[in-house]
Design a binder for this molecule. Sequence first.
Ligand SMILES: *[C@@H]1O[C@H](CO)[C@@H](O)[C@H](O)[C@H]1NC(C)=O
Ligand SMILES: *[C@@H]1O[C@H](CO)[C@@H](O)[C@H](O)[C@H]1NC(C)=O
Length: 594
Amino acid sequence: MFYSKVPRLFILACFLLCVLVSYTTFYLYHHVPPAYPTASPHSPPDHDLNLDLDLGPPKVVQNIGGNVFEPVPIVTEARPIEPTAAATTTDSPAAAPSPPTAPVAGDDADEDLESGGLYGSERPNGHLTGIEGQSPHTPQPWTTPEEAEAQLQKPLLLPVPSECPKELQFMMQASVDQGLTESVRYTRRRIRPVFSSKVDRNAVPTIPETLLRGETEVDLWDCWDATVRELPPIKVEVPKPYAERSYEHFVFGIASDYNRLNDSIQPFSHWLSGSGAKLVGVVTDARDLMPGDIHRLEQAFHAADINATMVTPIDEKFTTSQNHFTVLIDMLEHSGPETQWFGLLDDDTFFPSLRPLSDSLATLDHNVDAYVGALSEDFQAVRLFGFMAFGGAGAYLSPSLAKKLGDNALKCIEEATHPEGDIIIRDCVYTNSKAKLTILPGLWQQDMKHDASGFFEAGYRPINLHHWKSWYHVPVEQMATAADFCGDCFLQRWRLGDDTLLANGFSITTYRDGLLDQLDLDLVEGTWERAGRDYDFSVGPLRPQLDPDDKHSYLLRAARLDEATGELRQVYVRENNPDMGELDEVVELIWERR
Ligand SMILES: *[C@@H]1O[C@H](CO)[C@@H](O)[C@H](O)[C@H]1NC(C)=O
Ligand SMILES: *[C@@H]1O[C@H](CO)[C@@H](O)[C@H](O)[C@H]1NC(C)=O
């Protein structure tokens, strides 16, 4: 793997030297350096080496040894380039950013892929992510030979997705971002959804078609002539997409520090943007901030089309947990006659869609005192903290109860038996009303550490997810793109062929010969830490965790619903052992226009 990089680095070294010489020539003698021939028999025919980036003369394109390099803008003075303007104003393939700029700039997919990067950080050597310390959006203008040399010390090159055939570009963007082996074993299948209102979501239909066939090896560094065999699409029956709807009957509240609130904007926007629901956030470290910071944070939420209000704690001395409760006071202020539910959430509570929450709460009466939520799945946590709405699943209060709690908020903080936010809420409910906890099936605290795959492959229809960026790591936004495409089909399961299970939006799993026939797919595989008797009351009975040899999983890393084509693309990845010379595997499912 290392050896294949050597020629590229060498070529880059030559290239940079030429650039330096040209640049020096220009700078010293004030005339344009001689042009270098750029024709190459290996250039992709449609590759347009047009240098219309508006970055000032001169620009040089070098083409050595059949490798096509993207145009590198040379700046004539040592001044910082506006990071976004210069590096990302690239719409045509020819203007794609070159090293050391980002491989995915200029495409809206890079935002979609961000949370998927959670996986990428712990990769062993031999992968593409050896770019530590390199700020992808900040090209460095070279001023001195020393600096140019310093640039050479870093591995600068990444594959450029725009050089691939169009059909491969999304897979490429996903792979580049995730640090996969330089070549991957790639399978692409088209899925033809049949929308129906009669889908039995608990069934695991068997589809005779084999999902994983037609594999091709694709060199991510040299993909322009890669071809993938088209196979007939696979038909699956899925529920209808959720109809657009306004959720103005919700007011949500969170309390967290500035950075975590900022980090929440993107995942929250998946379910909150343009929904009509309101969000109130207490910025717990407000007193450490600069004037204007809170306003800027609020603006960032607004820019994401979230109707958010950011407020300071009502008492500087309050802890984050206490603010988690007192946010209710601000939520009441921002509520109206349309408000039916006050949802107190953790900053890592995630809804694949608001629709199931809204539908489930609609089965309850919001005109009486109502306190709704879910216990931890771990009975040890229930023993420890008690019978209450655990924070990650959210505590949902009807307006009359919310008002009672708001009126007594400061007293409740003083009298709470424990300083945790969800315990203060519980105690305050029990001391100020006769409301008791209503457990709403589908809400999850997700007290599951390390490997939550058993949960995601169990056929559940979770209203919410939690702990996805701490106890375990999954790219929830990418996963939940399925819910945008076909609603309740998120995590729906199908058996394909003899040995493969698709859990839509989470994984494709192939099982050892004959094993899938023996598994009881109604039972949850106990994959997480301490999965055992303490989970019986919530998700049991469990089936034992399978041996890694029995089960090969491809996990969803990236997804995009293309507004123009109506297609949903999902990229599932299996990382193999590069030390054994194994290539990583990528499966792309293309769900046809709905
Ligand atoms: C807020 O988050 C965005 C990414 O979503 C990041 O670019 C920005 O720097 C963050 N702002 C602060 C002040 O941390
Ligand atoms: C946010 O909510 C308030 C109160 O309901 C409403 O007046 C306002 O129009 C909303 N803003 C946006 C941008 O939706």
